[in-house]
Design a binder for this molecule. Sequence first.
Ligand code: FE2
Length: 395
Amino acid sequence: MLVLGQSRMGGHIIKNNLFLLPISLFRLNINLYFCSSLIFKNASSMIKRIFYILIALATVSCANDKSNETNTATNSEETKELTLYTHRHYDTDKEIFSAFEEQTGIKINVVKASADELIQKMETEGSQSPADVLITVDAGRLVRAKAKGILQSAESEVLQSTVPAYLKDADNNWFGLTKRARVIVYDKEKVSTEDLSTYEDLTNEKWNKKVLIRSSGNIYNQSLMASLIANLGPDNAKEWAAGMVNNFARDPKGNDRDQVKAILAGEGEVAIVNTYYLGKLLNSKDSMEVAAGQAVGVFFPNQEDRGAHINVSGIGLAKYAPHKENAIMFMEYLLSKDVQERFAEANYEYPVNPEAEQSDLLKSWGSFVEDKLPLNKLGELNKEAVIKFDEVNWK
Ligand code: FE2
């Protein structure tokens, strides 16, 4: 939690004002009553009664005005903050958020949990949710968040013109924040790039018992499978998944980094992983991880046809955002050129803003053709992808 002071302070202001208000009104009433008693000493009781009713009405009206003033002041206090739900836990994020706070005076309340927990939390909280912005990974998950009704359209020219159409929701419920490619990495000693071509080619007999990839329960694989269903049709995609299972070097286990380590250990020769895990391995403090990163080369598949599979970490405006304007300002900030470059550099991902430059490591892997399938398709086909994986017994 970065900052909570502002809203608590605001709460104290309301409490103090509400506490003092009845006392001052009580004093005002007594004074008016006393003065009017002197003035109307000789007036009829009917006139006196009318006068006292008018005083009472004026007092109520005054009380309402005071109360409105208090609320207005409080609201303007509250607009200087926003609540961010994020699963990200990088130091760079903290620095980027602090810079935003300094520039705008808007405090960011950060709520961290796993991606699925945050979506569940927003769903449970409903209209009472304090969330203004959600950051999570994988288009499959972002589409799920939209389907659960926890996001809303962010009306922003900047967001709409910065993020390419295939990297955002058609209804502006979410936008790509950083981009990742799910590619083939290969053992540099045993495999030549001439042997590699497409995801489909990994089902070729020449790769029998040489292919490493994590389990089908992982959303990155589900999204890759969804892209194959969209591009090749359900039957061909299922055949691909069956061919992959047939060529597995071992039962799927571990995360993307573990597949690269398995190549170093000689358990397989090719693996499908997200590019940024290579960056993490190469920059690890663990020398074995660095060695694993160095043992493999990056190959972007399907360069002669649809391009390499792309996914995003993304950002969405919460359905019941109490600080909508601040939230949109924050989202625009995160997609600005400089911030995009810092985000991408820190996590070895590709920037979504086309004006942002890639880091040297990303440049070293070379430019490549991306599969520009609209990412919402990955979410829409997620269930079908899971079913197909089960049908071919991809563990
Ligand atoms: Fe990841």
